[in-house]
Design a protein. Structure first.
Length: 239
């Protein structure tokens, strides 16, 4: 019961902050900018094995699932993807092996010391080389490696979307203040499921492909897929 209560509280806070960000954007008169698979690039910053231990605002298994779900979406939509690490040879450790396996040909920018990846010329050059005007960002930790890059990208003229449930940090207080800072700076805050739906646009666009990803990384969603398969099977049997 306690765990449920904490999870519900965290979800309520997330919804409140995301709604507040949307309200601020509406109040400012800024038009709705949608993620577009033909305009977006995916930036995965510092999802390193050592840094995963710093993430305390999500349960470990849940967080890893969210990160891999986002990576799977990047692959499914063929988004140009850029990976980056910080001090990989030290305690931060290497990239999560599953991410590297999904993107064997993606550029990996190994930063020798820059905290903000946008301060690394190779990283910025790799982003610009994609030719995309939108960047979808996730990483560890939310308040530093994600927020700094996101705000820098806004300043550079990109439309920026931060995937909040694939980014983690020390606690919910730090996370919430980071979300507020980014939203105030013009960053759109999204979760990986909203990324999936906004990029997909229409269920008639390879419904099976996206549904398989959702069923893999959102177990509850597999119930919907089971119901769909059952309905389709029954319809075929009646013909």
């Amino acid at each position: 019961m306690k765990r449920f209560s904490l999870t519900f509280t965290a979800l309520f806070c997330a919804v409140f902050i995301l709604s507040a960000g949307a309200a601020l954007a509406q109040a400012s008169g800024k038009p709705y900018v949608r993620m577009d698979k033909d305009k977006a690039a995916l930036l995965m910053v510092d999802h390193q094995t050592g840094l995963f231990s710093l993430v305390q605002d999500f349960e470990p298994a849940e967080f890893k699932n969210n990160v891999l779900a986002l990576a799977a979406l990047g692959k499914f939509f063929n988004l140009p993807t850029i990976l980056s690490t910080s001090l990989e040879e030290g305690p931060n450790g290497p990239l999560l092996p599953e991410i590297r396996a999904m993107f064997p040909n993606a550029p990996v920018i190994h930063r020798p010391g820059q905290i903000n990846a946008w301060d690394n010329e190779d990283f910025v050059e790799a982003v610009k080389k994609t030719g995309r005007s939108q960047v979808i960002i996730a990483g560890i930790v939310t308040d530093v490696c994600v927020a700094h890059v996101a705000l820098s990208a806004v300043e550079a003229g990109f439309d920026v979307f931060v995937v909040v449930d694939a980014s983690g940090t020390f606690n919910t207080a730090v996370r919430d203040s980071s979300w507020a800072r980014m939203a105030a700076g013009g960053v759109q805050l999204v979760n990986w499921f909203s990324v999936a739906c906004e990029l997909h646009r229409d269920w008639r666009n390879d419904m099976e492909g996206l549904a398989n990803i959702l069923a893999t990384y959102m177990p509850a969603y597999s119930n919907l897929i089971t119901s769909q398969n059952f309905t389709v099977s029954n319809q075929k049997d009646k013909k």
